[in-house]
Design a protein around this ligand. Structure first.
Ligand code: CNA
Length: 263
């Protein structure tokens, strides 16, 4: 990952977690690949397979002109999401929070798997499919609150998968943050990171701003666990661990004596 920078073995990570009073996790797409959801920049990521072009799919300008590509992506994505379960790492983070060892999770992910795993304080800075709004009248699409709703609604209208507002006929857009839109809950995310005494940065290339700026806001220990490169310069408080998340955190959990039920 960053060869010249220090790493941290699972026992050392467990020791940091034991000492921490206000640990926080910042997660990216890599935390969900173990559940079968491709990331953007890993070997099966959208930037590599090019099945969908993420910059078009998640472009707000393109969506306003023609939302069909986004809806085709959403139909496939919902098909995948219905089958997935939170990974070991999602469940481990929820358990840490339950034990009072983690203050909460800031996530760039839109898959809501932290919620499914039982995490209570989750700041989804790139939004999620949990709610949706009409781009014309700004009315909330009240029923949009589960993968099942999206999957079923799109399946019911196979000829034109684009969902429209019951009030004005405008296009419904999930409250996922697109390229060109402002992130959500960023103030809370900044407060959490500034107030933490340990930051876990998990499964993120840190290529997307402003999320990528968060680890720079703290002098507390920052443990980055990722397969592949991370765009953060080495520093005395930063530990770079090149590992698969579920493998690494199952060892950390073992050192902490925390048993996580298998899904
Ligand atoms: P990214 O840029 O794709 O980085 C993910 C990183 O995780 C890559 O460096 C991978 O090599 C690494 N990785 C993949 N699997 C593992 C694993 N099992 N263990 C350790 N490391 C692994 O994604 P970021 O989150 O950094 O980029 C932010 C984008 C991606 C946000 O806008 C997200 O909304 C968007 N995204 C989200 C999802 C999701 O919700 N699951 C999926 C794909 C993209």
């Amino acid at each position: 990952m960053t060869p010249s920078s220090p790493s941290l073995d699972p026992a050392q990570c467990a020791a940091l977690l034991r000492q921490a009073k206000s640990a926080v996790a910042l997660t990216g797409a890599g935390v969900s690949t173990g559940a079968g959801i491709p990331d953007f920049r890993g070997p099966n990521g959208l930037y590599v397979t090019r099945r969908y072009d993420p910059e078009l799919v998640f472009s707000i300008d393109h969506f306003r002109k023609d939302p069909r590509m986004f809806y085709e992506f959403t139909r496939d994505f919902m098909g995948t999401l219905q089958k997935v379960k939170p990974t070991f790492t999602h469940r481990f983070l929820a358990r840490l929070e339950g034990l009072g060892m983690l203050k909460g999770v800031v996530t760039q992910n839109i898959d809501a798997l932290h919620r499914y795993a039982g995490s209570r304080r989750v700041v989804e800075i790139h939004g999620s499919y949990w709610s949706a709004t009409c781009i014309s009248c700004r009315g909330a699409a009240a029923q949009a609150k589960s993968y099942e709703w999206w999957e079923e609604s799109i399946r019911k209208s196979p000829r034109s998968p684009v969902l429209c507002c019951g009030t004005c006929g405008g296009v419904i857009k999930p409250d996922v943050v697109f390229f060109g839109e402002a992130v959500r809950g960023f103030e809370e995310a900044v407060q959490m990171v500034e107030g933490c005494d340990l930051l876990l940065v998990l499964g993120s290339s840190l290529a997307v701003y402003p999320a990528a700026s968060l680890p720079q806001l703290t002098r507390a220990a920052v443990v980055l666990v990722n397969k592949g490169g991370v765009a953060l310069a080495p520093a005395a408080n930063r530990f770079f661990v090149e590992a698969r998340l579920d493998d690494y955190f199952s060892q950390v959990a073992e050192r902490l004596g925390i048993a996580i039920e298998t899904a």
